[in-house]
Ligand binder design. Structure first.
Ligand SMILES: [Fe+2]
Length: 219
């Protein structure tokens, strides 16, 4: 996940919502005679992380499908459990924003809903961990960028209550192109290891497990 870039606020839709400095509150803002606009505050050092705020957590469940029927590619189920910082206590109610390339390695086919719906393409979505901390994403195996500069990967942004959203290590696939010693050495293990092993179910679907350990809440 690129970092260090502060983006301008994103104007979305017709409702007026201003995320407050803790990411926990909202405020209305009118814009004269025009319909008010929804404003998502950029997250310093976390380009695009504000996309995690694009859905109301109360509307989300623990399982989502990023890929619609007919999406080209090999079916993949990514699942895991989100734990608190102790690495043992399941964390319910955590929002994950997930986005990835299509099978051709492109962030393509996005909608005009927001800056990040355009930038992240059509394979994106939001979920909220269940009471057991578990989540599941049905998608397709992402393709590598055409320039091969990175392994094929899935981005996950975490939204924990009371703090700004933050990125964790991308999901990448052990044994695949680009997941070599140099790549492994550069990993931060943010959120726990993101290098997963693919297994194949009887119907041919790829299965990957990526548990996530939350960062400690600031004092
Ligand atoms: Fe990417």
């Amino acid at each position: 996940m690129p970092s260090g870039v502060t983006m301008p606020v994103v104007l979305i839709g017709a409702a007026a919502v201003l995320i407050d400095s803790c990411g926990t509150g909202t405020a209305e803002r009118g814009v004269g005679r025009n319909a008010p606009e929804r404003v998502l505050r950029a997250v310093p050092g976390c380009e695009g992380c504000e996309a995690a705020w694009e859905r109301e957590p109360a509307t989300l469940g623990p399982r989502i499908s990023l890929a619609r029927e007919g999406e080209p590619g090999e079916p993949l189920i990514l699942r895991g459990t989100v734990y608190r910082a102790d690495g043992r206590t399941p964390a319910p109610g955590i929002v994950l924003y997930v986005h990835q390339t299509n099978a051709a390695g492109a962030y393509a086919g996005g909608s005009s809903e927001s800056e990040w719906s355009r930038m992240h393409g059509r394979l994106r979505g939001w979920l909220k961990t269940g009471s057991d901390g578990r989540y599941e994403v049905r998608t397709i195996k992402p393709g590598q960028y055409p320039d091969r500069r990175e392994p094929a990967h899935i981005h996950i942004t975490v939204l924990d209550q009371g703090r700004d959203p933050y990125w964790i290590d991308d999901v990448v696939f052990a044994g695949k192109a680009g997941v070599d010693a140099a790549y492994r050495a550069e990993r931060q293990n943010r959120g726990g290891p993101g290098i997963v092993t693919l297994a194949r179910a009887a119907d041919g679907t790829w299965i990957a497990k990526r548990d996530i350990i939350l960062e400690r809440q600031p004092d």
